[in-house]
Ligand binder design. Structure first.
Ligand code: ATP
Length: 236
């Protein structure tokens, strides 16, 4: 469904992505693990059309080339990003934030149904729908950011470090919600430093180091791999 081939991104002379290739199939949850500065945010922003990749890079979605399209067209094609730091509108209510996510043409006609659906997925948002978003807890704000992305009826959701700043309990709740999102058509591509929680819900995983994919494989196999355990799971 998503195909990333030989993607290179430079910030000035700094090569943030040095020929990244990966794929996400329909219905899959895929996690990209990497340390600070590995290039995780750059990769998601490039797929979303917020950053341009160098010539020779190729990104396709559902068989169509997307790396040359502007970001709003990529949303219309069915890819929604939940950005790092959530970027919700603090002075707007929960419900207003969600409605903004329903603006893309692909979903506009079903805004009310989609709102009802998101509120049923995240009952906490339903309880707090009239509350200003900035007064929500970190975990609630993360759920709001995911709910806002879902309002565009994405086929692929990109999540940038959703567990950052969350307590272990909220992280567990969040990953439970993500596991509940999967159905036959929706795919999830997640970047994380939290290897424990993300490998537990992923089908496959890639390891990103200094702008290179150094490993890829079945999430369970990677979880049991001694080198991965040392580097990402804090086990000796
Ligand atoms: P983190 O987990 O810390 O968010 P990351 O894996 O998401 O890290 P990126 O944000 O993609 O990493 O950054 C990859 C590299 O590119 C880093 O070395 C970073 O300093 C650099 N970089 C990111 N954005 C810019 C920019 N706008 N200008 C210059 N360098 C940048």
């Amino acid at each position: 469904m998503l195909e990333v081939r030989d993607v290179r991104v430079f910030y000035g002379k700094h090569a943030a992505l040095q020929g990244v290739s990966l794929e996400v199939r329909r219905g899959e949850t895929v996690v990209i693990l990497g340390a600070n500065g590995a290039g995780k945010t750059t990769l998601l922003n490039t797929v979303s059309g917020l950053i341009r990749a160098e010539g020779g890079s190729h990104i396709a979605f559902g068989g169509a080339t997307i790396h040359d399209r502007p970001a709003p067209q990529i949303v219309e094609a069915g890819i929604s990003l939940v950005p790092e730091g959530r970027r919700i509108f603090g002075d707007l209510t929960v419900q207003e934030n969600l409605r903004l996510g329903g603006y893309p043409k692909r979903a506009r006609a079903r805004e009310q149904q989609n709102l009802d659906h998101v509120l049923s997925l995240f009952p906490r948002l339903a309880e707090r729908r009239s509350q200003a978003a900035r007064t929500m807890s970190g975990g609630e704000q993360q759920m709001l950011a995911i709910g806002r992305a879902l309002m565009a009826e994405p086929e692929l959701i990109l999540l940038d470090e959703p567990s950052i700043g969350l307590s272990p309990r909220l992280t567990k709740e969040l990953f439970g919600a993500l596991a509940g999102l999967r159905d036959d058509t929706r795919s999830i591509l997640l970047v994380e430093q939290n290897a424990h929680a993300s490998l537990a819900i992923a089908d496959r995983a890639y390891l990103l180091e200094n702008g290179h994919i150094v490993r890829g494989g079945d999430a369970k196999e990677l979880r049991n791999d001694p080198a991965v355990q040392r580097a990402y799971l804090g086990l000796e």
